[in-house]
Write a protein that binds this ligand. Structure first.
Ligand code: G4P
Length: 289
């Protein structure tokens, strides 16, 4: 889903989430494990402050496992409960009920002490577009349901999806806006496909990705595209363009006159990255968060 965010939309999104928060016990904040910092809404702490929150590092199947472990520690050190999932395959999803209950342990205990039978924990998924909210809701529902996140009169017509006997999920997620003011976050969001056909040019996004690959996943470009003798880092844009040109040549992305079609080469690289064909990789580290 591509949404053009303007100040008015942000205010409305914030208000809609605040309405939904009145109905739930716990927030599931969904992040992309490949870009946990860049896929975080800048105001999520403030918007969801009234409820306990579980950070979910989704798309873990595409992310570098060592860095996912580092990011989990990073969020835990900030006092945020964190859990790693792959909503597509369902890995880690069945533990959500017990993770949510852990966050509400004291409240549940108080109910038990009063002789009450605790009702299922009610949860809301929030996150920026394309982070996997619909996939997770469908996974928990056990079927494909039409997800609409932006309807007027938000508390009307919403349904609870039951997962086991202990968790209920609001069927409309809270859609938050991504980071706009940090250009590097913009490149990371574009690289993973979280923002599409927007301001960033695909060649530039590909060059950004190549810089990360050369510096952190050196052997991938050799293994996938047969590129030999790459430097340990790409000092400038021209160096990245040279690597993109080599990929274009290796993959036959050529236009008339024998020149490399950079846009085609960039599209191919980004498709390979997003589909996991380059291997599991994470585009940012907690060291520079
Ligand atoms: P949203 O509601 O937050 O906007 O996201 P949505 O569920 O639509 O998911 C966006 C894309 O991410 C979908 O791919 C979905 O299959 C994929 N996805 C979600 N969770 C996971 C996961 O854990 N692992 C992997 N590998 N992919 C996941 P898509 O339909 O192909 O859309 P697109 O890639 O063309 O945008």
């Amino acid at each position: 889903m591509t949404i053009q965010w303007f100040p008015g939309h942000m205010t409305r999104a914030k208000r809609q989430i605040e309405e939904k928060l009145k109905l739930i016990d716990v927030v599931f904040e969904l992040l992309d494990a490949r870009i946990p910092q860049s896929s975080r809404n800048p105001m999520v702490d403030e918007i969801t402050a009234s409820k306990p929150r579980l950070v979910l590092l989704n798309k873990a199947d595409l992310a570098d496992p060592a860095l996912t472990a580092e990011w989990s520690s990073y969020f835990r050190a900030k006092g945020l409960a964190t859990h790693v999932i792959d909503a597509n395959a369902g890995t880690g999803v069945k533990e959500l009920a017990s993770k949510a209950k852990e966050l509400l342990q004291e409240k549940i205990q108080r109910q038990v002490d009063k002789g009450m039978k605790p009702r299922p924990v009610r949860a809301l998924i929030v996150g920026i577009p394309n982070v996997g909210k619909s996939t997770l809701i469908n996974r928990l529902a056990g079927r494909n349901i039409a997800i609409t996140g932006d309807r007027p009169g938000v508390t009307k017509g919403q349904q609870w999806i039951r997962f086991g006997g202990e968790l209920e999920l609001l069927d409309t997620p809270g859609i938050l806006w991504p980071k706009f003011d940090d250009p590097i976050a913009g490149f990371r969001l574009a690289a993973t496909g979280a923002i599409k056909e927007e301001v960033l040019h695909i060649d530039e996004v590909a060059c950004f990705v190549l810089k990360v690959l050369v510096e952190n996943y050196g052997s991938v470009l050799k293994d996938r595209y047969g590129l030999e003798g790459l430097p340990a880092e790409l000092p400038d844009m021209q160096a990245a363009i040279d690597v993109l040109e080599s990929i274009g040549k290796r993959r036959g992305c050529i236009v008339s006159g024998g020149h490399v079609d950079f846009e085609k080469a960039a599209t191919l690289l980004l498709r390979d990255l997003r589909s996991g064909k380059l291997g599991r990789m994470t585009l940012e580290s907690p060291d520079n968060a």
